[in-house]
Design a protein around this ligand. Sequence first.
Ligand code: GS8
Length: 216
Amino acid sequence: MAEEVVLLDLGVSPFGQRCRIALAEKGVAYEYKEQDLDNKSPLLLQANPVHKKIPVLIHDGKPVCESVIIVQYIDEVWSDGAPLLPADPYARAQARFWGDFIDKKIYEYGTRLWKLKGEAHQVAKKEFIEILKVLEAELGDKKYFGGDAFGYVDIALVPFCSWFYTFETCGGFSVEAEAPKLVAWGKRCLERESVSKAFYDPVKVYEILKQVYGFE
Ligand code: GS8
């Protein structure tokens, strides 16, 4: 019997994009179901009763939640495609460490750039630039975070490249001036069809975030 793969998602979501990129990298066919988060579907509420968030991957009726966990699941289930995580346990742990770092830092500290004002905004800007520099140092002169092969850490971070425009516009700095290697890496990733197909126009992202968060 053919397997059934469904993704509950929202086009602009960087978390959903991670899953779409991983599925594309593995060549997995799936049904994409765009969700209305203002009016959550019974399917979403049933599939992710704890967080009630997208993305959710439903594989043969079994839901998997949380984007980085979904990406790891995709890597394990469709293991015949090019691996997303390295085979070596230590290298796997390191990749997960950076995925976790991205998860804890980019969204949380990035959104402070438009949530905070005055002195607190200046602190947020400094902290965010520092996060970019830490990531850039980890990337170093490698093609991708894992070396020559595109993988897990790239997938965790690359959707946020379409947020860079919002980060720099609200933060009052240039991502390219602060972290040029990271910007070049983002462009390299965008050359992959898996990434370019999921990528959202940065100006559209800005307009959407402006509406969601109500910043000027
Ligand atoms: C975050 C998912 C998320 O924030 C992951 O999958 O990695 N840690 C999770 N999803 C948002 C949409 S994208 O910003 C969501 O579904 N929000 C609905 C809500 O909060 O009610």
